[in-house]
Design a protein around this ligand. Sequence first.
Ligand SMILES: Nc1ncnc2c1ncn2[C@@H]1O[C@H](COP(=O)(O)OP(=O)(O)O)[C@@H](O)[C@H]1O
Ligand SMILES: CC(C)(COP(=O)(O)O)[C@@H](O)C(=O)NCCC(=O)O
Ligand SMILES: [Mn+2]
Length: 910
Amino acid sequence: MADLVEEEQQQVIGINEEGQNKVVTESEENNKRLHLEGQGEKDMPPASGNSIHRSSSRPQLDVSKAEIQSNVEDKYPTILLPNQSDDLSHLALDIGGSLIKLVYFSRHEGHSDDDKRKKSLKERLGLSNGNRRSFPILGGRLHFVKFETGKINECLDFIHSKQLHCGGLESRYSDAAADQNAIIKATGGGAYKYTDLFKERLGVSLDKEDEMDCLVAGANFLLKAIRHEAFTHMEGQKEFVQIDHNDMFPYLLVNVGSGVSMIKVDGDGKFERVSGTNVGGGTYWGLGRLLTKCKSFDELLELSQKGDNRTIDMLVGDIYGGLDYSKIGLSASTIASSFGKTISETKELENYRPEDISLSLLRMISYNIGQIAYLNALRFRLKRIFFGGFFIRGHAYTMDTISFAVQFWSNGDAQAMFLRHEGFLGALGAFMSYEKHGLDDLMVHQLVERFPMGAPYTGGKIHGPPLGDLNEKISWMEKFLQKGTEITAPVPMTPVAGTTGLGGFEVPLSKGSALRSDASALNVGVLHLVPTLEVFPLLADPKLYEPNTIDLADPSELEYWLTILSEHLPDLVDKAVASEGGTDDAKRRGDAFARAFSAHLSRLMEEPSAYGKLGLANLLEMREECLREFQFVDAYRSIKQRENEASLAVLPDLFVELDSMDEETRLLTLIEGVLAANIFDWGSRACVDLYHKGTIIEIYRMSRNKMRRPWRVDDFDVFKERMLRTGDKKRPPHRRALLFVDNSGADIVLGMLPLARELLRRGTEVVLVANSLPALNDVTAMELPDIVAEAAKHCDILRRAAEAGGLLVDAMINTDSSKENSSSVPLMVVENGCGSPCIDLRQVSSELAAAAKDADLIILEGMGRALHTNLYAQFKCDALKLAMVKNQRLAEKLIKGNIYDCICKYQPAS
Ligand SMILES: Nc1ncnc2c1ncn2[C@@H]1O[C@H](COP(=O)(O)OP(=O)(O)O)[C@@H](O)[C@H]1O
Ligand SMILES: CC(C)(COP(=O)(O)O)[C@@H](O)C(=O)NCCC(=O)O
Ligand SMILES: [Mn+2]
């Protein structure tokens, strides 16, 4: 149906004019936020009546009157802590010779939205509070910040301004005297050196933790809990690696701070510092400063990018008259002696270019560290070497040089790897040393990394963590706008030169792009700890599961999708601003959002791995998160509402039509209906253009009429056989189906609900799985009960099932049809735990995970959930993937087809 646009041009009634929008008050907004995102710290309620708990000497759990509430066999018993104050917050420090690293935790808001749907669902799924996981402490965020040790006062001001030393902002109202006893975990030499200063300035005591213990605890945590934390960097190529948790040890940890420590790690808490070198980051920065007069480390590093070390270093060729020393395998371009040329009596310091000095120095130190690391790996037969510490600074040339040394001397036997949170190992370890916060029990799927404005972009006076206050965020974006395009402008890459391949190289392959301001260069986001997230239990093999269908590591794919998102931005901003009543405030926020999201896109265009390993699902989620950051709660609210109303108005007719059909025709019509209605997608450029040309119903009809089989992927007959039980195996109907629904309007009302009705009619329980938070025009779990209630007015099957599923709680009270109820299988709604058009099934809500336990059929619908993600996912049960492809390039790539082609992929359980 590629010709759909042209053919329907005569239909002109637009459907995209904005309806009257209601301005949502802040409290309404907050009610709408579900598990995934807490409200900003400024909105946290003041802690009241809990000063007793706050008066303890350090943040800790109050386990008095604790009670375990569950069965013995329960894997995750609920531990009730009635006396635990919920404003627990931690700060830990690593005060090094050069830098102070802070890791701090901010709490998520409590979940007060235990609505009727959830209550009755819990009953249906057998989830009373008694056996449901409950996490009184962990839900929150980990922030990473650094300061120069020489500017410790800035650090103290920062801690004070955020009240991190006394449990975070929320405890601002707590008893001031209590803070005098506070203890903060700290490691690094500065924990000793600055004890008095912390006591004087903040009234806190530093509880010292051993530096090596902390480095190892931090590294082990990162490798276990963060997907793709480690990466290799060779010849300019960065590749993320997933470390097998069961095969992590032993490894060599090389922490390159001011000085260098080399630690052989054999397990959690099992390690030995086997070596080190005093030639480290401090040497580079110190010598470099003296020799080049640079004012900052970054300036020095940036200089190196324009340098040529041959003017400084003595090469083999310099000694051998331009010849290789081939007997021992050294090419003429191999460095024989770092800084060897500076022995020249005719030249003084000012005769050398600072750029060249910086590069020679960087190379000398990096290479030396790589070589010593290799020798130690050899001593203990270790194959893996992880390099951390802020000397690395994510700098391409540094990493390439270290990798080269390890690779060269080990003949490829040992491998150098780097860590995204390179400089925070010690601080994280100190953070872990707080007892009983449970961080060490966290699993990969319970951590979500986000990149709010302020984490990647702030410089100047604001350090690292997200700008919590909206106004602060907006004015920061505005200032940034005034300053021009320093962040968004793409940075030209240095041209690539070849290596000699022997023992050294003339010119480094990758010198790296321009360095960013301190905080942005951290390349780490805010880690959200969401203990309620679980791995979807019906994944055939979670280890083999990769949610993203398209690999954005392919530069042409990345560029295409970044461009698509960029082009969609003006339309999205229009919708977002309109959704908030088009006020001046909304316009200002819309502008700031557009700036912020464009900055993310430009950053990625220029540095694809700036945010770690990224898929299209992450990009689409980042867009939604960015909208939420600027307090656009639901940009498509009014569009969704209008489309729901229009679709509900014609639903009774559709039911009549369907009911007049025989079973087989009906099933086909239903699947056609789902595919046809999936056209209502406000995230697709082509579809949005289409909506200018017709009403919802007209487009729906037209789309239905085009639904000719065979579809581009067409497993309908196999699915039909299973459903109608016409094959050899006369199997009973499915017990429970999970329907991952997509868009509002026709998609849910005229597509998925009628399909749900068919399943219910056949005795299959149906769980509608919808987003926890809005994303484009996707329907959310919170919106579904109203839609179902409206549809149920015209359909007994739906009404009884919805009553049985507790969806029509009010209706139940008014009916005396309890007998009828018991004869119907239930229709339920669960939230999926995410707020994106795609779904990563490694991280779903515990509610969905519970609902999945009895399910034997999964239906994934829409491009986001069934194509961009999960197209190749394998499940333990039957799975049906339904979508209309609304993008030409994707259609060509995935199914060698065209835009508006459809996919009906059925994968019976093997
Ligand atoms: N902004 C910066 N200021 C100073 N040094 C920096 C900076 N960024 C990176 N570095 C490098 O990082 C080293 C410090 O690394 P770090 O892991 O923090 O060690 P330490 O705990 O010894 O301070 C410095 O010696 C320097 O080489
Ligand atoms: C964001 C979407 C995945 C939503 O699609 P849906 O899941 O609603 O079918 C899709 O609209 C999309 O991939 N849009 C970008 C491609 C384009 O504009 O062509
Ligand atoms: Mn959608």
